[in-house]
Design a protein around this ligand. Sequence first.
Ligand SMILES: Nc1ccn([C@@H]2O[C@H](COP(=O)(O)OP(=O)(O)OP(=O)(O)O)[C@@H](O)[C@H]2O)c(=O)n1
Ligand SMILES: C[C@](O)(CO)[C@H](O)COP(=O)(O)O
Length: 227
Amino acid sequence: MLSYQIIILAAGQGKRMKSDKNKQFLMLKGKPLIIHTLDIFYQDPYCQSIQLVVNPKEEADIQTLLKEYGYQERIAVVHGGAERQDSVFAGLAACTAEEGIILIHDGARPFVSLENVATLVNKAYEKGAALLAVPVTDTIKRVTESGVTTLDRKELWAAQTPQAFRYSVILHAHKQAKEEGYLGTDDASLVERLNQPVEIVQGSYDNMKLTTPEDVEKAHAILSKYD
Ligand SMILES: Nc1ccn([C@@H]2O[C@H](COP(=O)(O)OP(=O)(O)OP(=O)(O)O)[C@@H](O)[C@H]2O)c(=O)n1
Ligand SMILES: C[C@](O)(CO)[C@H](O)COP(=O)(O)O
């Protein structure tokens, strides 16, 4: 098994969660969301280092949490930017070893399995870029000025994180996107637009991102399965 570095993103505003505090501080079964996510990678012996990207205004609260949960080794706190892509770029710039495999993961996805992470890392090593994704279960309509059409569901996958890359591949893709003013909704899309191969690794529907208040109930249900 190969080791990897990971960038964990927690510098967003969590606006869609409509909560009084940022979503990474939301308590799930007595523990903050961001700690649930960190727990996963802290127990992985193949995780060499963590760049935790945060909003500078929340750094003090994050540092308090890291101290409380004893997470101070192998972790560096980095300041994020206005867009998710800016935060990833800050994380990439802060990576210590500028080679090997780098994972990029949403702090708001606390249920990824280490089994899926291991498959993903191997695939990225082999192909340069890979992401976890799940087949879309809805019927998806494309709505444009010329009307409504139905996309072929067999071809549709919902992108998740982690997404994994050889460091040189993702750094180059981010630099190109920055230069050209391109803003993507994930990191794999920055590699795709350079016509470089990106592989899908089938993940789990449990690897949800907590985005809206309804997701908190779903997250509690997932956690209950492991009680
Ligand atoms: N400028 C940003 C924006 C997002 N993120 C992180 O990227 C992940 C996925 O983003 P999303 O769920 O969209 O989070 P927010 O941007 O915080 O949510 P919202 O769009 O509702 O404000 C989150 O863990 C979030 O903290 C980040 O590090 N920096
Ligand atoms: C990369 C990602 O997880 C894709 O699902 C991303 O964080 C999506 O963010 P969004 O703002 O909820 O599209």
